[in-house]
Design a protein around this ligand. Structure first.
Ligand code: HEC
Length: 150
């Protein structure tokens, strides 16, 4: 009799454990799905960053800190944060040459025009730079670029 009771007891315990772990697995799968959904949304927002890495990073560096005496920083740049979006847009459309001073460092180099990029691409780059590298610059639309393109 005792053996049978022990046997039944074991069955109850085992089936209880089984149902618990099954529930956990379902939960885990649900969490993973949610994480994937969040990751793919973040992926979409990377367009500006990817364009920056392709067209600006070689000179202005991954973290926007530039190269002293050669390429000025975009990090905390007074031009990026001026609130006048035209200035930033015009530099990308026309390039920049001649002496400027950014955050106490003088530069006298030449930046090539980036006007081979579309209005959409330039606006994505500007909006990425404006909200990265400790900046708080003004958002722009592709229309803003189109109006200044000659
Ligand atoms: C070939 C190197 C090079 C590339 C590529 C380049 N820049 Fe520049 N950039 C420069 C140089 C050099 C200057 C400073 C020119 C001067 O001395 O007058 C400059 C100046 C600037 C300035 C104004 C100064 C400052 O630090 O705020 C901004 C804004 C800027 N670049 C943004 C960009 C962005 C955004 C891209 C990518 C679309 C880009 N640049 C691509 C070399 C480059």
């Amino acid at each position: 009799m005792k053996v049978i009771i022990n046997y039944l007891f074991t069955i109850v315990i085992v089936s209880f454990l089984f149902s618990c772990s099954g529930g956990n697995q379902e939960n885990k799968a649900y969490q993973e799905n949610e994480e994937n959904a969040v990751a793919s949304t973040a992926e979409k927002d990377k367009t500006g960053e990817n364009l920056y890495m392709k067209y600006c990073m070689a000179c202005h560096q991954t973290d926007g800190s530039g190269v002293p005496g050669m390429y000025p920083p975009l990090k905390k740049s007074p031009i990026v944060n001026s609130g006048k979006k035209e200035e930033f847009i015009n530099i990308l459309l026309n390039g920049l040459r001649g002496p400027i001073e950014i955050n106490g460092q003088k530069y006298n180099q030449q930046m090539p025009s980036q006007n081979f990029l579309t209005d959409e691409e330039l606006s994505q780059i500007i909006n990425y730079v404006s909200k990265s590298f400790d900046n708080n610059g003004t958002e722009v639309t592709p229309d803003d670029i189109g109006k200044l393109r000659k």
